[in-house]
Design a protein around this ligand. Structure first.
Ligand SMILES: O=C(O)C(=O)C[C@]1(C(=O)O)C=C[C@@H](O)C=C1
Length: 263
């Protein structure tokens, strides 16, 4: 069995590997996700930025958004972003090494974690299903700012969903006797059942709804008598995005990670 050691887990984490500390991080990530959706909602859909290749460089056939994300990922890789096991690139084919000495993240995950990357799926879902739900239709031509906002959303969503690897690792360590038989049998359904906590999911959906109400409320009057409350992104929609996409994709990552946990 590959060696995985007790270690510090990610951003500002304590060195206790526990389900509570992992959930704390997921709760903090909700703020980033809700804010990134609110920021993206400033712009209309601007689909020309991500749907069509309009690059003037004849050797390049990517959309403006894809070009932007690829270039930013290269830059971020050069300063060590992908040395952090919480970060997963969208374009794996062109990730260079860091050109600076990097922080040595203690190995918290099984080495097979590296092969769990569902960013291609996240990209497709984000542009085809999620974005049209929470931004206005239309085109204002502001593609560079739109692409920057899309990247912020994509990275926040990807980090949250791939955090499933850490959640799965902790659950496995807490109860190997429950998980090992299902892993040996490669039984996805049994694993899904073991790692599901419906009450926690309900709480997450309610909390992000509340965060979207709190962070995204239009504030025009200062004497508190807004006649009708208005939100930059519909709070019920944020809850639905979690319930229908983010939580199921996180669980999918958990299962994929666990399937190789004994390799
Ligand atoms: O908190 C957990 O136990 C998780 O696995 C995370 C999560 C989620 O995505 O929010 C996923 C599955 C559980 O059913 C509950 C919540």
């Amino acid at each position: 069995m590959a060696k995985v050691v007790e270690s510090d887990l990610g951003s500002g984490g304590s060195n206790v590997l526990s389900l509570d500390s992992i959930r704390e991080s997921l709760i903090r990530q909700e703020d980033t996700i809700v804010f990134s959706l609110i920021e993206r909602a400033k712009f209309p859909l601007n689909s020309l930025a991500f749907e069509e290749s309009r690059c003037l460089d004849s050797g390049n056939s990517s959309s403006l958004t894809e070009f932007f994300v690829r270039e930013i990922e290269i830059l971020q890789a050069k300063v060590g972003r992908y040395e952090n096991p919480e970060e997963n690139p969208f374009f794996l084919d062109n990730i260079p090494h860091s050109v600076f000495p990097t922080h040595k993240y203690p190995p918290a995950l099984h080495p097979k974690a590296l092969s769990v990357n569902i960013n291609k799926r996240i990209w497709d879902i984000y542009f085809k299903e999620l974005l049209p739900l929470f931004v206005k239709p239309g085109d204002d031509g502001n593609y560079p700012s739109t692409a920057a906002s899309d990247l912020a959303c994509l990275q926040a969503l990807s980090r949250r969903i791939h955090y499933g690897k850490f959640v799965a690792e902790v659950k496995f360590r807490d109860a190997p006797q429950d998980y090992e038989p299902a892993i040996r049998a490669q039984d996805r359904e049994a694993l899904m059942k073991l790692l599901t906590f419906e009450k926690v999911e309900e709480m997450v959906k309610k909390r992000v709804q509340k965060k979207a109400e709190t962070f995204g409320q239009e504030v025009k009057c200062i004497n508190g008598d807004e006649s009708e409350k208005k939100y930059k992104v519909d709070p019920l929609l944020v809850s639905r995005i979690y319930g229908e996409w983010l939580i199921p994709l996180t669980k999918h990552v958990e299962v994929e990670y666990l399937l190789s946990r004994l390799d």
